[in-house]
Structure formats: C-alpha cells, structure tokens
Design a protein around this ligand. Structure first.
Ligand SMILES: *[C@@H]1O[C@H](CO)[C@@H](O)[C@H](O)[C@H]1NC(C)=O
Ligand SMILES: *[C@@H]1O[C@H](CO)[C@@H](O)[C@H](O)[C@H]1NC(C)=O
Ligand SMILES: *[C@@H]1O[C@H](CO)[C@@H](O)[C@H](O)[C@H]1NC(C)=O
Ligand SMILES: *[C@@H]1O[C@H](CO)[C@@H](O)[C@H](O)[C@H]1NC(C)=O
Ligand SMILES: *[C@@H]1O[C@H](CO)[C@@H](O)[C@H](O)[C@H]1NC(C)=O
Length: 456
C-alpha cells in the first residue's frame, strides 16, 4: 500500500515538472508592472531550461501607449546591441534575458515585449520561439492629501451647502475616497461627487451630516494615505421637545401632583446651539411668561386645582422653535388611586353591560333597515334646501324627514325576491333618469310599510 502511494506521488511530481517545462521555457512573474517615477524597473525573466545547453537570440522592444515602437536591445548569448538613446538607462542582464531600466520616466510607460529564439545543442536546426509582453505603468507616489471645507464656518441645516475639496501636491492616477467618522461615503440624493471624486458637495446640509470628514488617496504605487480629519458642525433643531419630571404621576400630557409638593419640571430638546427655554402659564384670560431656562419649579400649594403650562424652546440661530403643553393637576394621588381600584370592578361590569346593549340595539336596527330597503340600494342625500324637498304625504314614523333625499340606484341585483312592492318597482328600473322619480315613490311608501313603523 505504502509503496504504491509513493510511486503515484513520484509519477505525479515528474509529470508536473515535465509539463511545466514543456509548455514554458521562459517565465515572467507578472504581466503588469507598476513602476515608480525616478526609480528603477526590473523586467525579470526566469529561464526554465539549462542555459549552457542552448543558443539564444532575441530582442526586447517597447511600444508606447501612443503606438510608437522601439527596439531596445538585440542580443545573443554573448553579444548585445542597445538602442543608442537608451544606452545610459538600460541594463541588459545576460545570460537570463532580464531587462532593467534606470530612472523611470512617465514616457517609459507602455508594453515591453521579449521575443526569444532558442536552439538546443542536441536539437540543431530546431528553433523554438517564445514571446512575452509586460504592461508597465509609471506613476508618481501621492503626497499626503489636504482637505478643505467651504464655507469654513458652522452652517445652518437645510439652508446651506457644504463643499469639500481634497487635493494632493504630488501623485498620478490618484484615487480619492471620502470618509465621515470612519464610514465610507457614497453618492446619494444630497451627496454629489465630481468625476474623480476629489470634490464632495453636500446639498443641502442636514443634522446627520455632522462629523469628522477626511479624504483618503491612493494610486498603483502608494498605499492609502489619509488626510487629517476636519469637523463639520451643523446648526439644527429644536427636535424632540419633551417635558419631564421625576415627581408626580404622568398620564399623557397631564401631571398629577400631591398638594403641598414642590415639583421640578425639565424641558429638553435636541438643538445646536442649545435652545433658550421659556415657561409660560396659560389660563383662559391670561398667558404669561413665568420663567426662562430649562427648569421650572412649581409649588403646588400656590396653584389652582389645574393649570396649563407651556414650555417653548427656541433656537436663536436656526430661528426655529417648538413647544410642548401640559396640564398640572393638584390632587391627593393616594386617594385617587384607591378610588380607582375600589370602583374598578363595578365599573367594568357596567361597561360590559353598556357595550352589550349597544351591540344588540345596533343589530336590531340593522335588521329592520335591511328588511325594508332593497338590496344594494345606497342612500345618498344631496343636502338640498328643506323648502325644495317634498314632505311625505303621510308620515308613518317620526324621523321620516331625516330619510328624505335623493336615493341613487347603484346596481340592479340579478334576483328580485323582495316581498315588498316598493322594492320590486325599483328593481325594474332601467335608466338612471327615471330613477329619481321612482325613488321618491319609495320614500313615500316606506312609512306605510309595517316594518318601518317598528323603527319608532
Ligand atoms: C538574471 O540574471 C541576473 C544576473 O545574473 C540576476 O541578478 C537575476 O536574479 C536573474 N534573474 C532571474 C529571474 O533569474
Ligand atoms: C445649494 O445648492 C443648490 C443646488 O444643489 C442650490 O439650488 C442652492 O441655491 C444652494 N444653496 C446655497 C445656499 O448656496
Ligand atoms: C476609525 O478607525 C480607526 C481604526 O480603524 C480607529 O482607530 C479610530 O478611532 C476610528 N475613528 C473614529 C472617529 O471612529
Ligand atoms: C442665542 O442665545 C444664546 C443663549 O442661549 C445667547 O448666548 C446668544 O447670544 C444668542 N445669540 C443671538 C444671535 O441672539
Ligand atoms: C379670569 O376670568 C375669570 C372669568 O372668566 C375671572 O373670574 C378671573 O378673575 C379672571 N382672572 C384674571 C387674572 O383676570
């Protein structure tokens, strides 16, 4: 068992090595090289055959992005001809055909192609051709970005736009990114970027835009470099105005406090800059300012039994204000609670009876109405002046006047099984114009029907 496994492994490795060599005599590590301006570039080539057992001859050529092409070097194993204009900057590495360029310029960008002819000594007359192309970019590293905000002062929510600009002194192919409080920003309804993302326009600015902004830059030859963070402050509010007190019993907008108690109320709202607060007491014939500031102190023994108060918060920069009204009730909290629980059981029993009787009454009423009106006839009273309306000749029930009006026929049911003559006559109608006159008939006849008189 062990032996066979080893054999299989051996065969596999040999196969791997053989195929690898078989399909690739030379190897380049990457088909794209990001070169740095001013630095050296090595286009290295690995020869995957024994160099001393073969004759080689080849060229390195450069094709610029514009399309212009130059042969940089023509070489054999022991001789080389280098293009004169590149003589000082080119370094051709024998014997493995690697090429090195010193002091890279932007102009050196483009495609570098190696064409190689290989003739093995033991296979004379059989020339193998190999070609490899490497894409080279040349970039200048980016410097630390500088971020600028316009306007530089604090802005008012919904009234201003803010423009952020990120700039770099040096660097090519710069990629800009923006972050607020470490969160990457993307374009949205209010966030607009220029095409290269070097500028960000926030229009209009809102409370949620507050935070620390920075821009981050990078390019093929530089790691991400962040600018310093710049704070965006926004004037906003007031929002979420609330009146609170640790004392008393609160039910909705009503605070109940014990007689003699000293109570503090606190008014709070989210706002920048902080609000100014005003407390106002409201009575039917007088509204007066009691105090300013976020706190109100109330001595209950100086109050009437109930009193209405108002807290008004005003942001003097946004010029917006909000107010909250509440009612203060002075009552003995303990007795109120006891009374409530004592009466609780009988109260709920009464409520159940009341609700039941209401439902039964309603159902009875509904049944009677159904019995006398044809199916699917909807009543629609056009509020005509009373004088225009014809009073019914005979009134079988007292509220007939309320039922008076124009009754519109909405749809004619397929089956007419109503026992009442009035219903049948209505069902026979074909045109809408005839309808109103006939409908008056219905009204006239309704009071005579025995069921309608029950409505009384
Ligand atoms: C190619 O040859 C040069 C000089 O001998 C050597 O410095 C370089 O490492 C070689 N490159 C490879 C890929 O073998
Ligand atoms: C903000 O930008 C919008 C357009 O996006 C423009 O209509 C508005 O006038 C600008 N507001 C200010 C204060 O510049
Ligand atoms: C942003 O993230 C870095 C690390 O990822 C952290 O050190 C820094 O405190 C964060 N800043 C904020 C404002 O969250
Ligand atoms: C706004 O109110 C604050 C106090 O809340 C005050 O200090 C400030 O002077 C006021 N500003 C203006 C412009 O009225
Ligand atoms: C407010 O009006 C009531 C009557 O409506 C009156 O009795 C009371 O004296 C008035 N209070 C003040 C402070 O004017």
């Amino acid at each position: 068992m062990e032996a066979t496994r080893t054999t299989v492994l051996c065969v596999c490795s040999v196969l791997f090595v053989l195929t690898d060599v078989g399909c690739e005599l030379i190897h380049i590590r990457s088909s794209v090289h990001h070169g740095t301006k001013g630095k050296d570039l090595l286009l290295s080539v690995d020869a995957r055959f024994p160099l001393d057992e073969a004759e080689i001859q080849g060229t390195w050529s450069h094709t610029k992005v514009s399309g212009a092409s130059t042969t940089l070097v023509t070489f054999t194993k022991d001789s080389k001809i280098i293009d004169m204009t590149y003589r000082k900057r080119l370094d051709f590495r024998e014997p493995n055909a690697s090429l090195s360029i010193r002091n890279l310029k932007e102009d050196d960008e483009g495609y570098y192609k190696l064409s190689l002819n290989i003739e093995f000594r033991n296979e004379k007359g059989k020339v193998k051709k190999e070609e490899r192309t490497i894409h080279v970019t040349v970039d200048e590293p980016v410097s630390r970005p500088i971020i600028e905000k316009k306007p530089s002062h604090t802005v008012i929510e919904d009234k201003a736009n803010v423009t952020w600009t990120c700039s770099v002194e040096k660097g090519t192919r710069v990629v800009f990114r923006w972050l607020r409080d470490n969160v990457s920003l993307t374009a949205s309804e209010r966030y607009h970027f220029t095409q290269d993302k070097s500028m960000l326009l926030i229009s209009p600015v809102r409370k949620e835009d507050k935070g620390t902004y920075l821009c981050a830059v990078s390019n093929p030859v530089s790691q991400i470099i962040e600018s310093r963070g710049v704070e965006l402050n926004v004037y906003y509010g007031p929002y979420n105005l609330q009146v609170n007190s640790v004392q008393g019993l609160r039910t909705g907008k009503v605070f109940t406090i014990n007689p003699g108690e000293l109570v503090y109320f606190e008014c709070q709202a989210d706002s920048n800059p902080p609000n100014s607060y005003v407390w106002i007491s409201k009575s039917p014939n007088a509204t007066k300012i009691i105090t300013t500031g976020p706190q109100l102190q109330v001595k209950s023994n100086e109050l009437a039994q109930t009193e209405d108060y108002l807290c008004r918060a005003f942001n003097n920069v946004t010029k917006k204000q909000d107010e909250a009204q509440f009612t203060l009730v002075v009552a003995n909290l303990r007795t109120v609670k006891e009374k409530y629980t004592h009466d609780g059981r009988s109260m709920s029993l009464l409520a159940v009876i009341a609700v039941c009787s209401f439902i039964i009454g309603f159902m009875l009423l509904f049944l009677f109405r159904r019995a006398c009106h044809p199916k699917r006839v909807l009543m629609n009273i056009y509020n005509r002046p009373f004088s225009e309306q014809k009073r019914p000749h005979r009134s079988g029930h007292e509220d007939a006047a309320e039922d008076f009006g124009i009754y519109e026929f909405v749809s004619i049911p397929g089956k007419m099984d109503s026992t009442q003559a009035s219903c049948k006559s209505l069902a026979r109608l074909e045109s809408i114009q005839d309808m109103h006159t006939t409908i008056y008939d219905v009204i006239r006849h309704v009071p005579e029907s025995p069921s309608a008189s029950l409505l009384k």
